[in-house]
Design a protein around this ligand. Structure first.
Ligand SMILES: CC(C)(COP(=O)(O)OP(=O)(O)OC[C@H]1O[C@@H](n2cnc3c(N)ncnc32)[C@H](O)[C@@H]1OP(=O)(O)O)[C@@H](O)C(=O)NCCC(=O)NCCS
Length: 203
């Protein structure tokens, strides 16, 4: 086969693959509870129970991402969130408390088994980070690669490890105020969320 024919076949295959990927992404987007504009979802992403997942605007969900939201109320991913490759948001546990039955045969769940996850705006989840049920990642935070997040993360924290712990704060209080005034035209984290833990406190 000549190089020209191989090149033509390659271009056709490329076109077919691009169309197929676009269809897959459209299907994922339209299955979600909502999905904001300018949000990019890699075609390899898996969303289980997508009707329970809301994704904001300008979000990137990288290759191999996994979002499962079975039996939960709405899981919220805010705006301008970056999810690196293979990030997993896992909003449920199996019910492990039943004596005398195999775990895979226990269908009934306790309320604490399935709890929604909230990723606030402006968050970066590093490669292979795992966020478990009921966790809220505060606005502006960074979750290091490979972390397993089991507790809420205060806004503008950098957390790392298994389980994830605070390693430093991203901004001090003054920087947070400037940052939020520019991006949101008001300081949201400290003024409208008085119940939130102070910026950078250990989760
Ligand atoms: C979060 C991150 C940006 C922090 O980088 P940094 O500001 O340079 O921070 P440092 O490397 O100084 O780390 C601070 C502390 O956290 C620890 N740490 C950093 N990343 C860690 C991780 N993934 N797991 C465990 N501990 C980690 C460091 O060892 C260091 O601890 P020490 O002070 O005891 O040595 C970086 O660690 C990270 O995970 N980046 C993600 C990269 C990625 O996924 N890219 C995909 C592209 S979308």
């Amino acid at each position: 086969m000549s190089a020209r024919i191989i090149r033509c076949l390659w271009l056709v295959w490329d076109q077919i693959r691009a169309q197929r990927n676009a269809q897959v992404v459209d299907a994922i987007r339209s299955s979600l509870a909502s999905c904001g504009p300018e949000t990019l979802i890699h075609p390899s992403v898996v969303v289980v129970a997508p009707e329970n997942v809301r994704i904001g605007e300008h979000v990137l969900v990288g290759p191999g991402g996994w979002i499962s939201a079975v039996n939960t109320s709405i899981n919220n991913i805010g705006g301008h969130v970056m999810m690196a490759p293979q990030v997993a948001l896992v909003a449920g546990n199996h019910n492990t408390s039943v004596v005398g039955r195999f775990m895979d045969e226990v269908d009934e769940k306790r309320p604490e088994d399935d709890q929604p996850i909230v990723i606030e705006d402006d968050v970066w989840l590093g490669m292979r980070a795992i966020v478990l049920k009921g966790v809220t990642i505060g606005r502006g935070s960074v979750v290091s690669a490979g972390s397993v997040v089991t507790h809420d993360v205060a806004p503008y924290s950098v957390v790392a490890g298994v389980p994830a712990r605070l390693v430093r704060v991203r901004f001090d209080r003054e920087q947070v105020e400037s940052h939020e005034r520019v991006l949101y035209s008001q300081v949201i984290t400290m003024t409208t969320n008085p119940d939130r833990p102070p910026v950078g406190d250990t989760p």
